[in-house]
Design a protein around this ligand. Structure first.
Ligand SMILES: Cc1ncc(COP(=O)(O)O)c(C=O)c1O
Length: 388
C-alpha cells in the first residue's frame, strides 16, 4: 500500500489551532498570493519590551541587518529604540525612517573611507573598530568620532561564530584606545559579540569580566571609559518544543555580572538583531509540485534556499516546517522551486502527506531570512512582506 492509499484510509482531521496562527494565515491567504512573510508588529513590540524588562540598564540598538524591512525599523523608531548599522546604506535607511544620529552606532569594525565620511556628514559619531589601520582611517575622515574597541571573546556554542573575522586581542585593547586618543579621537569603551544565537551565558559573563579588566586598566592609566557594548547574540526559540533557551534566565545572570563588575556610572548598550526581529516572522509557502522518488515523497515549495530560506545557508539556521494537515506523518523531502539540487530544504521531514496547493509555513523566521534573499534567482521572487 503506498502512502496516498494509507492516508486515504484515515480522513484528515483538523485539530483546532490553539495559537491562532493558522487562522491568521488562512485569513491572509484570502488576500495575498504566496510566498509571503508575515511580520507581526505586536511580537516586535513584545520582544522589545521583554528585552528592556530583563535588561533595564541596557539600551538596545536594533541590528537592522537581521531584517531591514522599513515597517520593522519604523516600529522600533516609534518605540524609541536605537539602531546598529553596518554600512552607510543602512545608516541612510534608518535616518530616512526617523532615527536620530545620536541613536545610531556604526558597528562594523571595517568601514570604507566613504562610509566613515558619510557618518561624519550625518553626525553618527559612535562607532566600533578593532585594528590600528582602521583608527588612522577614522581619525582622517571623522576626527571627532567616539570609538569603542571591539575585542575577541569566546563564541562557545553559538550557532554563528563572530570572532573569527573580528575582534582585537583583549590585551591590546587599552593600547588601541590610547592610540585612538593620541590620534584625536574620543575613546569611549569596549564592545564584543559572543556569536549569534548564543545559548551559552558563560560567553557573556566571561566577556564582561574581560571588559571590566580593560576598564580598570584604562582608568588606572588616566583613560576612563564609559560604554560597554554587549553586542548581539541573544537567542530565540526556532522550534516549538526546543529546550535550553531561556532569555529571562540568561538576562538575570548577565545583569548580575554587570552589577558585580562595573560601577554605576557605566552605560550599557547592546545590538540585538535576531532577538528583536526573529519571533515576529512567519513565512507562508505552498506546495507547487510533488513526486515520489528515492523512496519518499518530495514536495516542491514556491520559496527556497535562494530566497527566504537563505538563512539555512548564511545563518546555519534550522526551521520547523508546519502544515495544516493532520494525521499520519511520513519521512519526506522538501525542496525549493529552482532548477538546482542545492535548493533542498530537508531530506527527512516528518510531515503528513501533502498535495499541490497545500500550505507549508515556518514560524520564528523574521531574522536573517528575507534580509539575505537573492532577488530573482531562476525568476522566483522572494516572499512579499506583510506587516500585521
Ligand atoms: C556587529 C554586530 N552586531 C549585532 C549583530 C546582531 O546579532 P544577533 O542577531 O545575534 O543579535 C551582528 C550579527 O551579525 C553583528 O555582526
Amino acid at each position: 500500500m503506498n502512502q496516498t492509499q494509507q492516508n486515504n484510509l484515515k480522513p484528515l482531521r483538523s485539530k483546532p489551532d490553539l495559537s491562532g496562527i493558522e487562522a491568521l494565515i488562512r485569513l491572509m491567504l484570502k488576500k495575498h498570493r504566496t510566498p509571503f512573510m508575515l511580520i507581526r508588529r505586536p511580537v516586535l513590540e513584545k520582544q522589545y519590551y521583554r528585552f528592556k524588562k530583563c535588561l533595564p540598564e541596557v539600551t538596545p540598538y536594533y541590528a537592522i541587518k537581521a531584517n531591514p524591512y522599513p515597517g520593522i525599523i519604523k516600529t522600533f523608531v516609534k518605540l524609541g529604540a536605537s539602531f546598529d548599522v553596518a554600512s552607510a546604506n543602512e545608516m541612510k535607511q534608518v535616518l530616512r525612517l526617523g532615527a536620530t544620529p545620536s541613536k545610531i552606532i556604526f558597528a562594523n569594525t571595517i568601514k570604507s573611507n566613504e562610509d566613515i565620511e558619510f557618518a561624519r556628514r550625518r553626525r553618527v559619531r559612535l562607532m566600533t573598530f578593532d585594528n590600528e589601520p582602521e583608527l588612522y582611517k577614522i581619525a582622517k575622515f571623522y576626527p571627532k568620532a567616539r570609538v569603542l574597541v571591539r575585542i575577541k571573546v569566546a563564541n562557545q556554542g553559538s550557532v554563528v561564530e563572530l570572532s573569527l573575522k573580528f575582534g582585537a586581542d583583549a590585551d591590546q585593547a587599552y593600547f588601541m584606545l590610547r592610540k585612538a586618543k593620541a590620534l584625536g579621537l574620543a575613546p569611549v569603551g569596549v564592545s564584543f559579540h559572543v556569536g549569534s544565537q548564543s545559548t551559552n551565558v558563560e560567553n557573556y559573563l566571561q566577556a564582561l569580566e574581560i571588559t571590566s579588566n580593560i576598564f580598570k586598566e584604562s582608568k588606572a592609566n588616566g583613560l576612563p571609559l564609559k560604554i560597554v557594548d554587549l553586542g548581539g547574540g541573544f537567542p530565540i526559540q526556532h522550534f516549538d518544543n526546543e529546550i535550553g533557551i531561556n532569555f529571562e534566565r540568561m538576562a538575570y545572570q548577565i545583569r548580575k555580572q554587570m552589577k558585580a563588575m562595573f560601577d554605576r556610572s557605566v552605560k550599557f548598550i547592546a545590538e540585538p538583531g535576531r532577538f528583536l526581529a526573529g519571533p515576529s516572522g512567519i513565512l507562508v509557502t505552498q506546495v507547487i509540485g510533488r513526486t515520489f522518488r528515492n523512496n519518499k515523497n518530495y514536495y516542491y515549495l514556491n520559496d527556497g534556499i535562494y530566497a527566504d530560506f537563505s538563512g539555512m545557508v548564511f545563518d546555519h539556521c534550522k526551521y520547523e516546517f508546519k502544515t495544516f494537515r493532520r494525521g499520519p506523518r511520513f519521512l519526506s523531502a522538501l525542496a525549493g522551486p529552482t532548477c538546482d539540487s542545492f535548493d533542498t530544504l530537508s531530506m527527512n521531514e516528518e510531515i503528513p502527506e501533502l498535495y499541490v496547493g497545500d500550505v507549508v509555513y515556518v514560524k520564528n523566521i523574521g531574522a536573517y531570512s528575507c534580509a539575505s534573499a537573492v532577488p530573482n534567482f531562476n525568476g522566483f521572487s522572494p516572499a512579499k512582506i506583510i506587516m500585521v
